[in-house]
Design a binder for this molecule. Structure first.
Ligand SMILES: Cc1cc2nc3c(=O)[nH]c(=O)nc-3n(C[C@H](O)[C@H](O)[C@H](O)COP(=O)(O)OP(=O)(O)OC[C@H]3O[C@@H](n4cnc5c(N)ncnc54)[C@H](O)[C@@H]3O)c2cc1C
Length: 374
């Protein structure tokens, strides 16, 4: 596509920032519009595999990713009560060579910082909440809630699960509360009594699970996140302050190795978990969607962020490769939908790495070697 094409990205999340970096490197004029007034340090971690590390390599961020976060020695699945090991994926040198990249756990705020590094200063316009998009003969006019307007040739909706861009394209549709909430806590590792915990463990109970992992190479910051049943959620999609004692009570009967970690939590925040039924309409005219805006996934495979970053890589490549937007958008969706649909299916089943699991198709995937023309 002609490099004079003006590309507007709505939303500076994982998909938006990755796409902005890749498209700027390819020579496009890119502006990112973000609703928030700035980035705050939201207390949460994220798990990323070699499929993401290979994409960040293209932005010269792989080293920063692996040294800011932690390269855990293994992903461990354990039974909630007996502590029996159900599955272990060891991340040794042979595994990194097989996947062609590391597995990294990192604080989300640190990941956000990294993804901003390659961007030209001023690329992100904060306090710009998209409100409307008009398609005219000479392109798009974007209207923001702050009264500002902007022109662009293409718009990429990377504005998350409650995407306004999706609403403009497809009409309003409330995300689906899945009957689970996610209490989570971030705290210094020194608060854990007794032996240090293993680097990254998922604890499996019949109706709930808990993840506990370090987020820094120094193993000094821990993230614990549970998914527990909840009949209803009365708020919107925003997290709310939780109750630490209720959190510990919800883990009654869990193995002492997990309880030692969970009991070290001080502040607990609760996220509702939402998704949407699959909808394969990802673009319309000069507007296209990425990440949670078009395919929110339940966080049970820890893969929604990875899918958003992979989308950014494939969409950027399609915009470089094809001359007209409709071909670029069609190829992008055709390549992405089967993989994302499989991740959505596994996430709904919540079976990923519960027992012996074939993981190469997921972690060894290289978004920059995937054929665009097949
Ligand atoms: C509890 C939990 C744990 C998770 N753990 C993992 C994990 O370990 N690994 C993993 O890969 N994924 C994980 N995920 C999933 C992951 O967080 C999401 O899939 C990912 O953040 C989606 O990225 P995105 O860029 O599409 O959207 P987001 O990261 O949500 O970014 C959207 C951006 O758009 C902005 N925005 C919204 N509306 C507007 C508007 N109208 N105008 C302008 N800007 C707007 C928002 O402020 C935000 O900055 C988890 C999710 C949850 C809920």
């Amino acid at each position: 596509m002609d490099r004079t094409t003006r590309i507007a990205i709505l939303g500076a999340g994982l998909a938006g920032l990755t796409a902005a970096g890749l498209l700027q490197r390819a020579g496009f004029s890119v502006a990112v519009y973000e609703q928030s007034p700035g980035f705050s340090r939201i207390g949460a971690g994220i798990i990323l595999g070699a499929n993401v590390a290979k994409i960040l390599r293209r932005l010269d961020l792989e080293h920063g990713l692996a040294t800011t976060g932690i390269r855990p020695d293994a992903f461990l699945s354990r039974a909630w009560d007996s502590g029996e090991t159900l599955y272990e994926l060891v991340f040794d040198a042979a595994c990194e060579a097989r996947f062609d990249g590391p597995f990294v756990n990192i604080h989300r705020a640190d990941l956000h910082q990294l993804l901003q590094q390659p961007l030209t200063p001023g690329t992100i316009r904060f306090d710009h909440k998209i409100a409307g998009i008009d398609e005219t003969t000479d392109g798009l006019t974007l209207a923001f809630e702050n009264g500002a307007t902007a022109k662009a040739d293409l718009a990429i909706g990377a504005d998350g699960i409650r995407s306004k861009v999706r609403e403009i394209m497809l009409g309003f549709e409330e995300p689906r509360f899945i009957g689970r909430i996610a209490p989570r806590a971030v705290f210094p590792a020194e608060r854990i009594k007794g032996e240090p915990i293993r680097d990254c463990t998922k604890w499996w109970a019949p109706d709930r699970h808990v993840l506990a992992y370090y987020m820094t190479a120094r193993r000094d910051e821990v993230y614990v996140m549970a998914a527990i049943p909840a009949a209803r959620w009365d708020g919107d999609g925003s997290p709310v302050r939780g109750n630490r004692d209720e959190f510990i009570t919800a883990l009654d009967g869990f193995h002492p190795d997990l309880l030692r970690a969970a009991e070290a939590a001080t502040d607990v925040t609760v996220w509702p978990i939402h998704d949407r039924p699959r909808n394969d309409c990802w673009s319309m005219g000069r507007v296209v969607l990425m990440g949670d805006a078009c395919h929110p996934v339940r966080p049970f495979m820890a893969a929604g962020g990875s899918m958003a970053i992979e989308d950014a890589a494939i969409l950027s490549r399609c915009l470089v490769e094809f001359d007209d937007p409709s071909t670029a958008f069609a190829r992008y969706a055709k390549i992405r939908i089967p993989r994302v649909a499989e991740v959505q299916r596994i996430s709904i089943d919540n079976t990923w790495m519960h027992g012996p699991t074939e993981t190469d198709w997921f972690f060894a995937y290289d978004a920059f070697n995937t054929p665009l023309h097949a």
